[in-house]
Structures are given as C-alpha cells and as structure tokens.
Design a protein around this ligand. Sequence first.
Ligand SMILES: [Fe+2]
Length: 247
Amino acid sequence: MTVSEQGLIVPGSGKFDLPEYLKAGPGNHPPLDSPGYKSTGLRHPKQPLVLLPQRLTEVTGPLLGDELITMGDADLTTQHGGEPQGQRIIVSGQVRDSGGRPVPDTLVEIWQTNAAGRYRHSREHHPAPLDPNFDGIGRAITDSAGRYRFVTIQPGAYPWGNHYNAWRPAHIHFSLFGRAFTQRLVTQMYFPGDPLLPLDPIFNSVPDEKARQRMIAGFDMDLTQPEWALGYTWDIVLRGRAASVFE
Ligand SMILES: [Fe+2]
C-alpha cells in the first residue's frame, strides 16, 4: 500500500481513498480582520467560507513541469550583466506534507525587495534606488528529497504606510503549489533577530507564537559558504497542525 498526501492507493485493487482535508492548527492563521493591519478589513470575504470537498480533481490537477525551470532561475544574483548590491545569502530548506514526508517536484517561487528595500514594480513608491542587476524574482523545483535552494541578496526593510513610521521587517515572499494547484501556499519568510518583527502588524497578526516562529528562518553556519555568502535554512510544511503560516 502506498501512502501519499492524496490518499491511500491499494495496488491491484483500483481503490483510491481520499483523506479528510487537514486543517492547520489553531492560531496558525491570522483572523480575517486584523485591526493593526488596516487593509485586511477591505479585502476579505464577507460571507462564511465554504470548504470544498477534497476530490480527485482537486488533488491531481495539472502541475508545472520542470522543463520550464532552469538552474539559473534559482540564482537571483546572476540574472543580469553584473552582480547586485548587498549581502549575498543562500536560502534553502525542505518542503514537507502533513505527515512529515518530503514533497518533491513542487514549484517554489520567491519575490523580494533589493538590498535598499525597493521592489521592481510599477506601483512601488519607496524612494530607494533600484538595482539594475537585481529583479528580486526567482523560482525552483524541489528535488527528490523535497529540498529547494536559492542564492539571493539580503532584502531591505521598507515603509508601507499602515501607520506612522511603519516599516516592514526584511522578508522574502514565497509561493508553493504543493502536489496540486489547490494546495497552493503563499507566505513570507523572515530573518532572525530583526528588531522590526515585534512591531510588525502583519507578522503579529498570526495569533500562535509557535506559528510566528515558524515564519523565521534559521541562520545556518553549515549552509554558509566561506568568503562568499551567509546561509539561512527555512523548512515549509504544506498542511496539518504544523503547517506553515499562509496568507
Ligand atoms: Fe513584501
């Protein structure tokens, strides 16, 4: 018998039993209205959410093939003619399902500011310099052990106008597709020791302390490469009580 995130496949029987949808633990997700995070009141559904049944269609939908992803897509420091400004970092981790099993072949996408805290985006208003050698966009496919690895630049903090003197702590946005489109997870990774974390309404909108801590990467000396880059490890859990916080 093969056990997977999708269900139990009994060889020779043709049977495929789908498990119940696994909810995240209590306090793992911010409330729809988070008063400190003002814009939440303007953009969430006003009606109760409807949990779709988990059927074969929902868990076996098409996935992006790895033929569209190149190794260079995961190195944000080599996408232009020169090297970007800032502290070079390596961000790596493992994607797991609710049972702790690695999730291979899943698309991991990231986006972030440059070292000065500026996004390359038409609606970006922060008067910090753009970096001609940095777009802040990367993607990778997890390997057979569910691992991903990016080379990038330490992102900067940026003002966001939520309240007086509001600055977002440095972070990297992540999107994962899991084993099917319906398992998509969008989240943010933070850096340890950031003095802005206790002040950030988005980070602190997650009620559970342990869930908040799961959003913070760990500095990793083994991943750090001498004379070249600092290493940060950040594992992601798609579902279940230990699931990563999602937006
Ligand atoms: Fe951001």
